[in-house]
Design a protein around this ligand. Structure first.
Ligand SMILES: [Zn+2]
Length: 91
């Protein structure tokens, strides 16, 4: 298990939050921040980041995120897929 904490607010981090931090902010990071602090830093909403995490898991394009199995996939509309795709292209 991970025992990393957010460097800004001290909350315990999930592995997805660490992976997203490395993906979006700094690949070689040794300390990380939680979704809320990353959202503030990137000037997006927490929901945007959650969708981005799901997008990376679903697409399997990023080696930092394990590809989800079929049974774990949730329904997602084309609108949401486009939005997260745009966000990922923007950063
Ligand atoms: Zn935080």
């Amino acid at each position: 298990m991970f025992d990393n904490r957010c460097m800004k607010c001290g909350v315990r981090l999930k592995s997805d939050e660490i992976a997203l931090y490395r993906k979006l902010i700094y690949r070689g990071a040794q300390s990380y921040s939680c979704l809320d602090c990353q959202a503030k830093y990137l000037n997006v909403t927490r929901e945007d980041l959650e969708k981005l995490i799901e997008y990376y898991h679903r697409s399997g394009v990023c080696s930092l995120f394990a590809k989800w199995d079929d049974e774990e996939k949730k329904e997602i509309s084309h609108d949401e897929t486009n939005r997260t795709g745009q966000l990922s292209a923007a950063v």
